[in-house]
Write a protein that binds this ligand. Structure first.
Ligand code: NDP
Length: 339
């Protein structure tokens, strides 16, 4: 069974889907400051394999119905919510009420109002809330974040950030996955758009003051009430503009910053490995992190163990959700500029 260790945070994964099984559980085998201690799932058939593979005892297995009992479980200090986008709000409120720290995948919620409620619940419960923006823990990305502060090529004029993939051609319209359903927070903007948006914000180090957005749908039988491709432009107070795009219909993975006296880029910028940086004066740099999410979870676990502020708190997720709200509002209003 999973030992309880004072120097390691016991984590329960909530939602045993693709990301939990292919990224987070393997990542938790590499971490030093946290370990996989429990699971929360609505799919009983998944339980035996997870218990066997990761040595999870019966007492650390929960369903969504009996999840609140986690309050009494000393093996688990943090829950990591990895579900469709409508569930982080209710699950965070329950986890906070149970006195557990909350790690939550991006996007953290359906909108800014939900994000604020999550932040407030965790603040009142005295637990940490962090968002799984793995790239903000990754060194090549952090190099771009430092360049936003240091401005080695002078004023930043324009950012281009594009994140997307092509998928869903084989989906039966009568059995759509949650990423194509509006009630679960489907659509490219919520899913991949937040990578472009977050990058535009960390590459400028600023919050946008105005947003314009336009959506495109090429497969209307699949994309009903959710966006297939979203183009969005962010304006910053100092005149910098970020041109962003995201798509479920087109592969794109590129981040470029044009400045007064040069440029730099990361391409790809949001893969799990192989991030590659280049600058206009011939520098190149590449990532070297063995597992981005192991790094992320160790950083977040250390913040819990030391009682320090996490690197990527709920407030950072909220800043994205405010812009996501504006992107959707602008797209609905035919590309109107939203301040
Ligand atoms: P999946 O669809 O593969 O898994 C989601 C899991 O949520 C399901 O397997 C299920 O687990 C649980 N769930 C609970 N209720 C529902 C429901 N009504 N419909 C479907 N699933 C439900 O999604 P992903 O793992 O790909 O993505 C989950 C989250 O992780 C998303 O927010 C996504 O944006 C984020 N993500 C982040 C990544 C990153 O790099 N930071 C990478 C990929 C995803 P169970 O059966 O155990 O209840």
């Amino acid at each position: 069974s999973v030992p309880r260790r004072k120097d390691s945070v016991g984590v329960a994964l909530v939602g045993l889907g693709h990301s939990a099984s292919t990224r987070l559980a393997p990542g938790l085998q590499l971490t030093r400051h946290c370990h996989l201690a429990g699971i929360v799932t609505g799919s009983p058939h998944k339980i035996p394999e997870w218990q066997r593979r990761y040595g999870i005892p019966d007492r650390n297995v929960y369903s969504y119905d009996d999840f609140d009992r986690i309050a009494d479980n000393p093996d688990i200090q943090a829950v990591y919510i990895v579900t469709p986008n409508d569930l982080p709000l209710p699950l965070t409120l329950r986890a906070a009420a149970a006195g557990k720290h909350v790690w939550c995948e991006k996007p953290m919620a359906m909108d800014a109002q939900e994000a604020r409620a999550m932040i407030e619940a965790c603040r009142r419960a005295g637990v940490q809330l962090t968002i799984g923006y793995r790239l903000q823990h990754e060194p090549t990305t952090r190099r771009l974040m430092a360049m936003a502060r240091e401005r080695p090529y002078g004023r930043i004029l324009q950012v281009r950030a594009e994140a997307g993939f092509h998928a869903y051609d084989d989906v039966d319209p009568a059995r759509k996955p949650w990423r194509l359903l509006p009630q679960h927070g489907g659509g490219a903007m919520y899913d991949m758009g937040v990578y472009a948006l977050n990058a535009a914000r960390y590459c400028t180090g600023q919050e946008p003051v105005a947003v314009r957005a336009r959506q495109e749908i090429h497969r209307p039988h699949l994309f009903e009430g959710v966006d297939e491709t979203m183009h969005f432009t962010l304006e910053f107070a100092d005149g910098t503009v970020a041109e962003c795009a995201t798509s479920f219909g087109q592969a794109m993975n590129h981040l470029r910053v044009d400045c007064e006296r040069g440029w730099y880029e990361l391409s790809p910028f949001q893969t799990y490995s192989g991030l590659r940086g280049r600058t206009s004066d011939g520098q190149t740099f590449a990532d070297s992190v063995p597992h981005q999410q192991a790094r992320q979870m160790d950083d977040d676990a250390l913040a819990i163990l030391r009682g320090t502020a996490p690197l990527v708190p709920g407030e950072e997720g909220l800043r994205d959700m405010r812009v996501v709200d504006a992107v959707y509002a602008s797209a609905r209003a035919g590309g109107q500029r939203i301040e």
